[in-house]
Write a protein that binds this ligand. Structure first.
Ligand SMILES: NC(=O)c1ccc[n+]([C@@H]2O[C@H](COP(=O)([O-])OP(=O)(O)OC[C@H]3O[C@@H](n4cnc5c(N)ncnc54)[C@H](OP(=O)(O)O)[C@@H]3O)[C@@H](O)[C@H]2O)c1
Length: 249
C-alpha cells in the first residue's frame, strides 16, 4: 500500500536515480526530478505502472538559486507532502587543474551541492512542507577519499556534500535523519558522456572486492536507508562500492 506522503528524488531521469525511483515506486509516491523531460516522463510512467502517484519536476539545477522557489510552487499547487528527499542529481567536469575555470566549478557546485541545500531549505519551511520531512539521503562519492584526477570541482562538491550531511544530521535530529551514500564506480551516463579534455586512465574496470556494481545495488541500499529499518542511523557516510575504496595490496 502506498503512503499519503511523497519521496522526492533528484536525478531520477537516469542511472541510480531512475533505478531507485522504480524500486521505491511499489511502495512510495514520488516527486521525480530530472532535466531531460522525455526520459523523466518515461521513468514517471514506469513508476505509475507500479502503483505510485507520480509528480514530475523537470528543472535545470545549474539554476540552483531558483530551485527552491520552483519546487515550492509545485508542492503547494499539488499539495504534495515530502517525507523523504534523495539527491542523486550530479555532474562532473574533466579538466586538469591548470585548465579549469571558476565558471565550470560553479556549474558543478550548483548541481551537486547548492541545489541540494536549496531544496532542503525549502522542504524545511513549514509553509511549504509542514513537518513532513523525515529523511534526507545525499549522494557523495568515494572520490572524496580516493581522489579523482582531473575532477577537482567534482571532488570538492562531494566533500561539501559529506560535510552538509554531517552538519544537518546534527541540526535536524531527532526528527529528521540525514545520511550520505558514497558510490564507487558505476557505468552510468555521467561516466559515459563526460566531456574529456584530458587523458583518462584506462578502460572501465573498477577494482571492487565484490562484483562490479549495478544501479540496482545502489537503489536497494537507498531503500533501506530511508526506511524505518534504518531508524537508528543518522550522520553516516556509507561507501556503496563493493570494497572499491580499499587500498589494493
Ligand atoms: N556513476 C558513478 O560511477 C558514480 C560514482 C560516484 C558518485 N556518483 C554520483 O551518483 C549520482 C547519480 O549519478 P549516476 O551515476 O546515476 O549518473 P547519471 O545516470 O548521469 O545521472 C545523473 C543525473 O543527474 C541529473 N543532472 C545532471 N546535470 C543536471 C542539471 N544541470 N540539472 C538537473 N539535473 C541534472 C541528470 O539529469 P538528465 O539526465 O535529465 O540531464 C541525471 O538524472 C551523481 O550525484 C554522481 O555524482 C556516481
Amino acid at each position: 500500500m502506498h503512503a499519503t506522503d511523497y519521496t522526492l528524488i533528484t536525478g531520477a531521469s537516469s542511472g541510480m536515480g531512475e533505478a531507485t525511483a522504480k524500486l521505491l515506486s511499489t511502495s512510495r509516491n514520488l516527486v521525480l526530478h530530472g532535466r531531460d523531460e522525455a526520459r523523466l516522463a518515461a521513468v514517471g510512467e514506469a513508476c505509475a505502472r507500479n502503483g505510485a502517484d507520480v509528480a514530475l519536476f523537470p528543472f535545470d539545477l545549474e539554476k540552483a538559486d531558483t530551485v527552491g522557489a520552483a519546487l515550492t510552487e509545485l508542492l503547494k499547487a499539488r499539495a504534495l507532502p515530502v517525507e523523504a528527499f534523495v539527491h542523486f542529481a550530479g555532474m562532473t567536469e574533466v579538466l586538469p587543474m591548470a585548465k579549469t575555470k571558476y565558471s565550470v566549478g560553479l556549474r558543478v557546485m550548483n548541481v551537486n551541492y547548492f541545489s541540494a541545500a536549496e531544496i532542503i531549505s525549502a522542504l524545511l519551511k513549514k509553509k511549504v512542507n509542514g513537518q513532513s520531512l523525515r529523511n534526507i539521503l545525499l549522494t557523495s562519492s568515494i572520490a572524496v577519499i580516493t581522489g579523482k584526477k582531473y575532477q577537482p570541482h567534482y571532488c570538492g562538491s562531494k566533500g561539501a556534500i559529506n560535510a552538509l550531511g554531517i552538519t544537518l544530521a546534527n541540526e535536524l535530529a531527532p526528527n529528521i535523519r540525514v545520511n550520505v551514500i558514497a558510490p564507487g564506480s558505476f557505468p552510468t551516463r555521467i561516466v559515459q558522456t563526460t566531456f574529456v579534455d584530458a587523458p583518462l586512465d584506462g578502460s572501465w574496470n573498477p577494482s571492487t572486492l565484490l562484483h562490479p556494481g549495478t544501479v540496482d545495488d545502489v537503489a536497494r541500499i537507498v531503500r533501506f536507508l530511508i526506511s524505518e529499518d534504518a531508524s537508528y542511523l543518522t550522520g553516516q557516510i556509507i561507501n556503496v562500492d563493493g570494497g572499491e575504496h580499499f587500498p589494493h595490496f
